[in-house]
Unconditional design. Structure first.
Length: 245
């Protein structure tokens, strides 16, 4: 498998807080890579650095041969990087359909793409995510599970190569969580996307990921196969709350 993303010695601090400290790893095309760690480990901060919300203080990020370290977020999106959010961020006064239309228009360099074409594409992604019947419902009126689906539909509408999925199971009941995981698996199969899945719940990643990277206090403490990571004494210690870096 070819390497799609390479993160090389990146660091980020906020004032006196070192949120990410010299972290390095790569993702292979077509892979599901799990990124996990206790609350406050730096998972979302790292994703924000790759997607362009924050710029790295040091280090280098390469995506499909492009140096994106200092690239603005919209250019990273057009290259093929998209994401969902742990706390869904709908357009509250837009319908589900129009929210996905925005993504379909934004994520591509198609000078002649019409609103009608974007709506057709948006309908396809809503259908895939099980939200066709909710297409005319405002974002503010959707349930949490429906908002999770809308987040994925919007991400897919940008036609990404790589999707960052941030704690998709947070707040869902077991049945909804199972359906959310299955939807991600189907998205990978149907659209050929690579997935970096950020998750606090270890059991979910053990089933879905080919490899897992573990962060703790902004540092990478482990990387490997899911079963090896799950049995690593240092990882277990960190999750039990007695680990200190």
């Amino acid at each position: 498998m070819s390497e799609i993303l390479k993160i090389d010695s990146v660091s980020k601090h906020f004032g006196g807080l070192m949120a990410i400290n010299d972290v390095s790893f790569s993702i292979n095309e077509g892979e599901t890579l799990g990124l996990m760690g206790p609350n406050g480990a730096g998972k979302t901060t790292l994703v924000n650095m790759v997607t362009g919300k924050y710029l790295a203080d040091s280090g280098n990020i390469q995506f499909m041969g492009h140096d994106i370290t200092r690239m603005p977020a919209y250019r990273r999106c057009k290259l093929g990087i998209s994401r969902t959010y742990q706390i869904p961020r709908p357009f509250p006064e837009l319908t589900a359909l129009m929210s996905v239309v925005v993504s379909a228009l934004y994520g591509k360099d198609r000078a002649n793409q019409s609103l009608e074409d974007a709506a057709t594409e948006a309908t396809h992604y809503l259908e895939f995510c099980g939200l066709f019947s909710k297409r005319n419902v405002l974002g503010k009126d959707l349930t949490l599970y429906e908002l999770r689906g809308l987040e994925l539909a919007r991400a897919l509408a940008t036609t990404p190569k790589l999707i960052f999925v941030d704690e998709v199971m947070a707040g869902l009941n077991p049945g909804e969580a199972y359906k959310a995981v299955r939807l991600l698996e189907r998205a990978k199969e149907e659209f050929g996307v690579t997935i970096l899945w950020i998750e606090h719940v270890m059991a979910a990643l053990m089933q879905a990921a080919q490899r897992v990277v573990v962060l703790h206090y902004g540092q990478k403490i482990c990387e490997g196969l899911p079963q090896d990571v799950a049995n690593d004494p240092y990882v277990i210690e960190c999750y039990l709350g007695s680990c200190h870096v």
